[in-house]
Structure formats: C-alpha cells, structure tokens
Design a protein around this ligand. Sequence first.
Ligand code: PRP
Length: 210
Amino acid sequence: MTNVNAVDHPLIRHHVTRLRSVETKPEEFRTLVGRLAVLLAYEATQDLQLTSTEVETPLVTTSGHKLSERIGLVPILRAGLGMIDPVLNLLPSAEVWHLGLYRDESTAQPVEYYSKIPANQPVDVALVLDPMLATGGSAVAALTTLKNWGVPCVKLLSVIAAPEGIEFVKSEVPDAQIFVCAVDKKLNSQKFIVPGLGDAGDRIFNTRHE
Ligand code: PRP
C-alpha cells in the first residue's frame, strides 16, 4: 500500500460534487461529510488485525473473527467532529481522543487549544479525522502528537486535500497513511483549497458569515 490513497469510487465522486456546491445547506453538508467519512474509514481499516473466535449461531457453533487492536479515533476540532459519529458507528469499541487545532488566519499556522492525550499506553492504530487537508499544518501537528504518544500506526482521513498538504504530511510524518476523497488543484494566496468546498467547519456548524 502506498502512503497516499486517493479513494476513487462513483459514490465518492457523486457525494463530493454535492459537498462542493455553494447551494448545499448545512444539514445536507453534515450528512455528506458523514457519508464520505464512512467510505474513507472502510478503505482505511482494510488492514486491521483480527483474532479468531467462535460464535454460536441459532443452528451450530462456527468460527469467526473479532478486531484485536486498540483503535483511536482522533477528530480535529471543529470540522473533524462532522466525521466522528459515522466512523464510531463502524468502530463502536474505538476510543475517541479529541484534538483542538485552529489555523491562524494571518499565518495559516496551526494553533493547539485542546489536547488530553495521555503520557502512556498509546492505541495501536489512530485514525485522524479532518475533512480538510490544506497546507497540512494541522494534520502534521495532530499526527506528530500521536507519534509522540507512541502510536505505531497513524492514518489521516480527509475529504478534500491540496497537493501541498499531502506533500507536507509525507515529508514530516513519512509513515502516516493518507486517505482522501479528492486531491484538488492548489491552494490560493489565502491558503484555501481550490476548487475546494469553502470552510468545512463553518459549513458543518452553520457559522458561515460573508
Ligand atoms: C480547517 C480544517 C483543518 C485545517 C486545514 O480548520 O478543518 O483543520 O483548517 O488547514 P491546514 O491544512 O492548512 O492546517 P479551521 O482552522 O478552519 O478550524 P475549524 O475546523 O474550527 O473551522
């Protein structure tokens, strides 16, 4: 598996197009982000470890499997919150570790405002959830926090990415796996993804004022 997975699927293309539309209102936007998060999580969990188990059906006892690793879901506040519930539905036993990061508007640098990552006992696999990968500053900060915690396997799930952000993550956290629905053309002079979808956090939480 290469470290960058641009997941190409008809459902993803369809829902991403709707997500981009300026006509899409917050209620539908939230639904679409959740749907795409599930499709990304399906791809990103293909290599989860299993152990064998037995299960009693109404007829017989048969062999089966169960997940064997500690999995952490790490939504980056705020926009990552839009991805957490649908992914948690797929992985109900996962731990959720929130990271608060916002991008300073003048410098485009990430500013951390919430982190309760403990000093020890890291999870085995961490899925970082954030719909947007722009410069990559926020993702690198989050992934670095998790690597410092000692997480052996870190994966970033983003709906839309800029090539600049992908390259930055690859250079700073080379063993991170990246899963995205679309790689856009570029960042503009304000470091917004183009064509993009605007500000995901504002569109999820209906705080967009222009
Ligand atoms: C957005 C987005 C990412 C970050 C991406 O968050 O959700 O976290 O910016 O930019 P970067 O790759 O250049 O770091 P924002 O700062 O707007 O905060 P919000 O989620 O609270 O709206």
